[in-house]
Design a protein around this ligand. Structure first.
Ligand SMILES: Nc1nc2c(ncn2[C@@H]2O[C@H](COP(=O)(O)OP(=O)(O)OP(=O)(O)O)[C@@H](O)[C@H]2O)c(=O)[nH]1
Ligand SMILES: [Mg+2]
Length: 220
């Protein structure tokens, strides 16, 4: 099975609490995947690499994704028949240093609304920067998110930027602490949206999760 590349449809970008509340109330039991992480870690780039170029907007300046962007995508079988439809969420990043207090508060409110009302069948892909493991805001985010009990995978992106052995060992040496801090996370992936490393494994993980939650369980 595959994610249908380039067939992802942009449904809407939501930037008000009221709009988000309405949308989530109308979509209680949906299957979906949410990409979330600090600003500039490459959420939109990963979405584009996995779902087809031009799906999400990639930023030059951090904090560009200011809305909860909602897409739909399909998973197809080997005969290219659609087997399942999914929602995809590109959620605004957390831990911004250089935005106004008002904007940061608005983002937090959107996040609160998102996690309080979203379907339980959403897979959370928390993207982190492989050059900066265990950032305070990432650890805090996990403290926050734990209570919602969504299935969560951790993705270390920008692996291609770890060019030297010493840069790679920095991450490797932190792994025991990472496993401990993010104990409840079900899978950890290492990827590069730019070079494609780790993406087949991530696509497979998405497909396996979707099978588990499929309404057609047992038939696939
Ligand atoms: N070298 C390298 N650069 C990357 C990778 N992924 C993303 N980038 C770059 O990092 C910058 C930010 O990427 P985005 O995908 O816009 O990041 P984002 O997390 O969506 O950012 P916000 O929407 O602002 O929260 C862009 O310049 C990307 O080209 C990667 O795997 N390797
Ligand atoms: Mg983005």
């Amino acid at each position: 099975m595959n994610i249908q590349k380039g067939k992802t449809e942009f449904l809407m970008g939501i930037d008000t609490i009221e709009q988000l509340q309405t949308w989530l109330n109308e979509h209680h039991f949906i299957n979906g995947i949410a990409f979330i992480g600090r600003s500039n870690v490459g959420k939109s780039s990963l979405i584009n690499s996995l779902f087809g170029k031009g799906t999400a907007r990639v930023s030059k300046t951090p904090g560009r994704t200011r809305q909860v962007n909602i897409f739909s995508f399909k998973i197809e079988d080997n005969e290219k028949k659609t087997v399942e439809e999914f929602y995809l969420f590109d959620v605004p990043g957390y831990g911004h240093a250089d935005v106004s207090k008002e904007m940061a508060a608005n983002w937090q409110n959107l996040l609160d609304m998102f996690f309080n009302l979203c379907s339980e069948k959403i897979l959370l892909l928390n993207i982190q920067d492989s050059r900066h493991p265990l950032q305070e805001s990432d650890v805090q985010f996990h403290e926050y998110i734990k209570a919602f009990k969504l299935e969560t995978y951790l993705i270390f992106n920008k692996m291609d930027k770890l060019k030297t052995q010493s840069e790679r060992s920095k991450l490797k040496n932190k792994m025991p602490e990472i496993y401990k801090k993010f104990k409840w996370v079900k899978q950890i992936h290492f990827a590069s949206a730019e070079k494609g490393d780790g993406l087949p494994g991530l696509e497979l993980a998405i497909i396996n999760f979707s099978k588990k939650n499929s309404d057609m369980k047992g038939y696939l």
